[in-house]
Design a protein. Structure first.
Length: 562
């Protein structure tokens, strides 16, 4: 078998990359040792920037309809135990309210989309269906990539039928296959076979032990229709248990009775020996009583990672998602950082595969994404320290004056922490590619990089400022599928027509977006802004010379389209 791009792994990162390539007609094969999508809850928070990309791809509304009921609040709550004292609550909107609220916000939350709280297992189903609709993408599920042979102009991927893959026995098939690809992208998780083949080590922090979010953790995916009644409070999306016996967090999955529970293991508890009954006992400790809880799956995992691969690319190989960086889940940054990897790499692979750009365009993937991975793992580590190193007071659960004082102090601290961890427009929107050879140096320093604040700016290297236009449309909805040249001086009809004709003559993948809106011109400061396919500002200025020369800087232009 032959293809242009082989993607190893079919989690959200691999599927997003397949969508980016498949929509551009690139012959792509996804090799995965699993069949279908994950049946277990994993990442539960899709950040607003990821939702903007899903909007760009046309299925943000499909995603927002998944998971919790539309009117279900997405509050974050902290309890001593789920059935006892509530310490703090950080209120956040439901999916229904998010649709209308986003149109009223400005400043740090000037955006096309708000975050969405939904388990990755639901989102993967949408992504997989999108991939299945793309004729240039082939799915090889139930195959385990095991060995790679690098050649001067390609890579051969050797895969074997996964013995544990539950595939329908419709017809006999070989137990082994060889796939020849021009490029291979490892989206195959923290134990990446691609990274292992390349001999790339990870750098950063691991093995951190904290009172919480450090060390071994136990997970239980369960169903309990009685749990809301036993908690006895207004429903929330995230529930944290803060006490000296069993620290834990729990996310609502469907808003009707399915939850995923994660507990910190204590000294002497062996994760490998704890079964579903044992994790359920931990749930009862965090709840403060027993209840009906039907286990659907359980596992153990390790918190305390802040790791980034030393290299994200080597020859014809690339790493993305958990294969490239590993997070402790505070802040919900791992999955979101991973899919942004895919959005960065996808258009670049497609441009080179189509002969529109020089192969050195691919060198910019690691140059741009590795600093972002280092930035985001550092933010997640700070959040883990903030909640994990804060210890419950010895009198916290006493029904006394000193117990009430301890709970008030804990509630104040955890309330501040919740805002710091879950109100993060700066992290969500503020990642930048300053110093990339694809970004025109504007000679201006970007705004400070803060978790809690985002300052919209058209300085090249970052996300383009968002605006709601007078007709109610999002400015982002006017951008094209590839490069977009935003003309914020659309009142000049003569020069606009000349520019449109010049762009058509180049036959390059660029859309002219003309907007006659004073607010947009004020935000962008310059008449013209060149926006990349991953919605990153590449250049801005008052005049356009040769459009082809402009794009040459933005994508290492090599040849006319073929």
């Amino acid at each position: 078998m032959r293809c242009r791009v082989a993607i190893v792994g079919s989690g959200p990162v691999g599927l997003c990359l397949a969508i980016e390539l498949g929509r551009r007609g690139i012959d792509t094969v996804v090799v995965s040792d699993r069949v279908g999508t994950s049946p277990h809850p994993q990442a539960n928070a899709t950040q607003a920037r990821t939702m903007e990309h899903y909007r760009r791809l046309g299925f943000a509304e499909t995603i927002r309809a998944l998971g919790l009921p539309p009117e279900y609040p997405t509050d974050i709550t902290y309890f001593t135990r789920y059935g006892a004292w509530e310490l703090a609550r950080f209120s956040l909107p439901s999916a229904r309210d998010a649709r209308s609220l986003i149109r009223t916000l400005g400043g740090s939350w000037s955006a096309a989309e708000l975050p969405h709280r939904c388990s990755q297992m639901y989102i993967e189903r949408v992504l997989l269906e999108q991939v299945r609709c793309l004729p240039s993408v082939r799915l090889l599920q139930g195959w385990r990539a095991e060995r790679f042979e690098a050649h001067s102009d390609s890579v051969t991927v050797h895969a074997h039928a996964a013995s544990d893959a539950r595939t329908p026995a419709t017809e006999p098939r070989a137990d082994a296959l060889a796939l020849n690809a021009q490029w291979v992208v490892g989206c195959d998780g923290p134990r990446s076979v691609v990274r292992r083949h390349l001999g790339i080590d990870s750098e950063g922090e691991t093995g951190v032990v904290r009172d919480f979010m450090g060390g071994r953790m136990a997970m239980l995916y369960f169903r309990s229709p009685d749990l809301y009644r036993l908690i006895g409070r207004a429903p929330a999306w995230m529930y944290w248990a803060f006490n000296r016996e069993r620290r834990a967090f729990m996310a609502a999955i469907d808003g009707r009775g399915e939850f995923v529970f994660h507990a910190q293991l204590r000294a002497g508890e062996d994760a490998d020996r704890i079964d579903a009954r044992g994790v359920r006992a931990m749930l009862f400790q965090a709840l403060g009583c027993e209840c009906m809880a039907e286990p659907m799956s359980h596992s153990a995992w390790t918190a305390g990672h802040a790791l980034v691969a030393g290299e994200l690319a080597a020859g014809r190989f690339f790493l993305a998602g958990d294969a490239a960086h590993l997070f402790t889940p505070t802040g919900g940054l791992g999955y979101n950082t991973g899919v942004e990897d895919a959005f960065n790499l996808g258009w670049k692979l497609a441009m080179v595969a189509r002969g529109l750009a020089a192969p050195r365009l691919l060198e910019t993937y690691a140059l741009e994404r590795r600093p972002v991975a280092l930035r985001n793992t550092a933010f997640a580590r700070r959040f883990a320290d903030s909640v994990g190193l804060y210890l419950p007071h010895e009198h916290l659960e006493e029904d006394s004056d000193r117990g009430a004082q301890a709970r008030a102090a804990a509630g104040a601290y955890l309330g501040r922490h919740a805002r710091a961890e879950f109100d993060i427009p700066g992290i969500t929107f503020g990642a930048r590619y300053d110093g990339s050879p694809l970004i025109a140096d504007a000679g201006e320093a970007p705004p400070p990089d803060r978790a809690d604040a985002y300052h919209p700016t058209s300085i090249p290297g970052g996300r383009p400022p968002h605006a709601w236009l007078r007709d109610g449309a999002s400015l982002y909805d006017r951008f094209g599928p590839e490069f977009t040249l935003l003309d914020a001086g659309a009142g000049d009809e003569r020069s606009g027509a000349e520019l449109s004709a010049a762009l058509e003559r180049t036959a390059l993948p660029i859309t002219l977006c003309r907007v006659d809106d004073a607010a947009v011109r004020e935000q962008y400061r310059y008449r013209f802004t060149l926006i990349r396919p991953d919605q990153t500002v590449a250049w801005r200025g008052e005049r356009i010379g040769d459009p082809r020369a402009l794009l040459a800087r933005a994508m290492f232009l090599q040849a006319q389209p073929t």
